[in-house]
Design a protein around this ligand. Structure first.
Ligand SMILES: Nc1ncnc2c1ncn2[C@@H]1O[C@H](COP(=O)(O)OP(=O)(O)O)[C@@H](O)[C@H]1O
Ligand SMILES: [Mg+2]
Length: 305
């Protein structure tokens, strides 16, 4: 499509995009596509004016999910589509995946409707090892904490953490802290238009209890990673399950424009899903040779040529 115009969507604290995404602009320009940054909650943006609107660094959405999804519903030609964002921004999809046979982290789900007392929470935490508390709707590793089961002090802080989230009406996930995250890290496998593209390794994000962080996300330490065949196979199964679960993909046969499958390693060495990112994943283009061009080519194809 000649003279196509697209928006790369960001947040008001990163109005010029994440530096990695900013490197896409000349790649689009080379293909005759005018790409520009646009802030999702900027009332002056005319979303109808774009041939495609691509969500990138909307990293402030989690505390404002309802508003964010209402925005997504209003935007025509959004990638990934609003219904996929609605499905993906609540980690309850992990429960659905587990039931569908995808290897997921064993999770205790604490729902606010149950009105758990601190004692109930105590009884639902693991008795041994370390564990994680995180909100089902959350991003950037914010409001997640790591606790020691056998320490009364740590358990007490964990109870207060979970209780606070539940009192705010939020669902809470409790998981065993997988020790391999400290040694091997977490693998992020990037899929562009449904095709596996490249991978990175991310070091452990949680050192201790939840603490208030003013940043958009916790600081990440990312390095190059060659995904194993087993990781790629597992990530492909995750992608297939997501496509089957989300009608906008299942019915159109179209894959998500972008996705990242985050895997960690279980005690037996097998890969297990930490999360699937279909909303606003960093895509780490600098770690995938040719990935910017492939991404831009996929976009051009969606623009009709
Ligand atoms: N069960 C777990 N074991 C070890 N580390 C975990 C676990 N759950 C979360 N983490 C750490 O917390 C980070 C954030 O958790 P994640 O589920 O990916 O949420 P977010 O959507 O905030 O990225 C992960 O990247 C990982 O470092
Ligand atoms: Mg994550």
């Amino acid at each position: 499509m000649p003279d196509a115009r697209i928006a790369l969507v960001t947040c008001s604290r990163l109005p010029e995009l994440d530096p990695e995404d900013a490197t896409l602009l000349p790649v689009f320009a080379d293909r005759g596509v005018r790409a520009e940054a646009a802030v999702w909650d900027d009332p002056d943006v005319d979303w109808d004016a774009y041939d495609l609107v691509i969500v990138r660094s909307t990293w402030d959405y989690a505390p404002r999910r309802t508003e964010f999804l209402a925005w997504a519903d209003r935007v025509p030609r959004l990638a990934n589509p609003a219904t996929a964002l609605r499905w993906n921004t609540d980690k309850h999809y992990i429960k659905q995946f587990g039931e569908a046979g995808i290897p997921v982290m064993v999770t205790t789900w604490l729902e606010p409707e149950r009105h758990f007392t601190p004692r109930d929470l105590h009884n639902r935490f693991p008795a041994i090892e370390e564990f994680v508390i995180k909100p089902a709707i959350g991003a950037g590793s914010l409001e997640a904490g790591r606790y020691t089961s056998t320490s009364a002090n740590s358990r007490g802080i964990a109870i207060r953490h979970a209780h606070r989230l539940l009192q705010e009406g939020r669902s809470v996930m409790v998981q065993r802290y997988l020790p391999s995250v400290d040694t091997a890290g977490e693998s992020g496998l990037v899929f562009l238009n449904g095709e596996y593209s490249h991978a990175i390794s991310k070091a452990a994000m949680l050192k201790g209890p939840d603490s208030e962080i003013a940043a958009l996300h916790r600081v990440e330490r990312v390095s190059a990673h060659t995904a194993t065949e087993h990781e790629i196979e597992t990530a492909r199964a995750v992608m297939a399950a997501a496509i089957a679960s989300i009608p906008v993909f299942a019915e159109s046969g179209q894959a998500p424009l972008y996705a990242r499958v985050d895997l960690v390693t279980n005690d037996d060495g097998s890969a297990v899903l930490m999360e699937l990112e279909l909303t606003e994943p960093s895509l780490y283009f600098s770690f995938g040779e040719g990935s910017r061009k492939r991404f831009a080519d996929d976009v051009v194809q969606r623009l009709g040529g």
